[in-house]
Design a protein around this ligand. Structure first.
Ligand code: CP
Ligand code: NVA
Length: 308
């Protein structure tokens, strides 16, 4: 049994196997209706709990559909409607759920909730996003990049905007998959030093560049995310927008990257804020492939967790 908590905590060879398996599983069901079962049903007889303490469209639906395609059953639970949100400890919740289900996916605020769940659950726990990281998203992004452009190893990824949870998992992936990452954004929103250090230690070139135009020079992939994440207070919105306005990904910025650079965004996006519609809907954008690949990547992650 394996927990999938963070990309930097997972062996690179196993991460590679998951990406390759996700790609193969996607190919195997290209022409099938979404509700059709996979040929082999690796999750037959398995029950999966999907817990959400924050809103979600992609994570909720892709995990639910993925479990069903693999022959398992899933239940979507809102943290608020559980005793978890009303004083029962994480440890007790983990022990109880482990008596009913074969795997737990949780989207939560504080990372310590995820870690405590993993510590006390006797079944695999998957990180469906915390304030600090979003590893499933980046597994889908690696799959997407490689489908379009081949191996990501040695490529230059540019993160524009807030050095947030999604950026953190990109940094983790840089170290594990062997690509370089340039962060461009205001100093107040730099990614955590610890994560920058981890990626550098693993051999990746990590650059912090305040000038967005300089940052994207030679980029193979440009990535943006919302300027106000779910864990940020709404009262910080105006201040954050003011800090981040110069880091919008628009056609002018993309023209400074490599001509065949891709654009990614985990979604949901705020059109004309962190990215223009021209870029989102343009030929370099692969945002909906990323969304689709959440399904395929997570199916491989779930199989790895269960050894199925
Ligand atoms: N990208 C992502 O995790 O989307 P949701 O918040 O809709 O799950
Ligand atoms: N950084 C965003 C990602 C949403 C999928 C957030 O945490 O709200």
């Amino acid at each position: 049994m394996n927990h999938f908590l963070d990309i930097h905590k997972t062996n690179p060879a196993e991460l590679r196997t998951m990406i390759d398996q996700a790609s193969a599983m996607k190919q195997a069901r290209l022409t099938r209706p979404k509700g059709a079962l996979d040929d082999d049903q690796p999750l037959a007889g398995r029950m999966v709990a999907l817990i959400f303490e924050k809103p979600s469209t992609r994570t909720r639906v892709s995990f639910d559909v993925g479990v069903r395609q693999m022959g398992g059953q899933s239940m979507v639970l809102s943290g608020n409607d559980m005793q978890l949100g009303h004083g029962e400890t994480i440890a007790d919740t983990a022990r109880v759920l482990s008596r009913y289900v074969d795997m737990i996916m949780i989207r939560t605020f504080d990372e310590t909730v995820l870690m405590e769940m993993a510590e006390y659950a006797s079944v695999p726990v998957i990180n469906g996003l915390t304030d600090r990281t979003h590893p499933c998203q980046i597994m889908a992004d690696i799959l997407t990049y490689e489908e379009h452009r081949g191996p990501i190893k040695g490529k230059k990824v540019v993160w524009a905007g807030d050095g947030n949870n999604v950026c953190a998992s990109f940094l983790h992936a840089a170290g594990q998959f062997g690509f370089d990452l340039t962060f461009t954004g205001p100093a107040q929103l730099d990614p955590e030093d610890e994560f920058v250090g981890l990626a550098r230690k693993a051999g990746s070139k990590i650059v912090i560049e305040r000038d967005a135009h300089k940052a994207v020079e030679g980029a193979d992939l440009v990535v943006a995310d919302t300027w106000v994440s779910m864990h940020d207070s709404q009262s910080s919105k105006e201040r954050r927008h003011n800090m981040l306005r110069g880091y919008q990904v628009n056609a002018d910025l993309m023209s400074h990257a490599k001509p065949d650079a891709l654009f990614m965004h985990c979604l949901p996006a705020h059109r004309e804020e962190e990215v223009t519609s021209e870029v989102m809907d343009g030929p370099q954008s692969v945002i909906f492939d990323e969304a689709e690949n959440r399904l395929h990547a997570q199916k491989a992650i779930m199989r790895w967790c269960l050894g199925a």
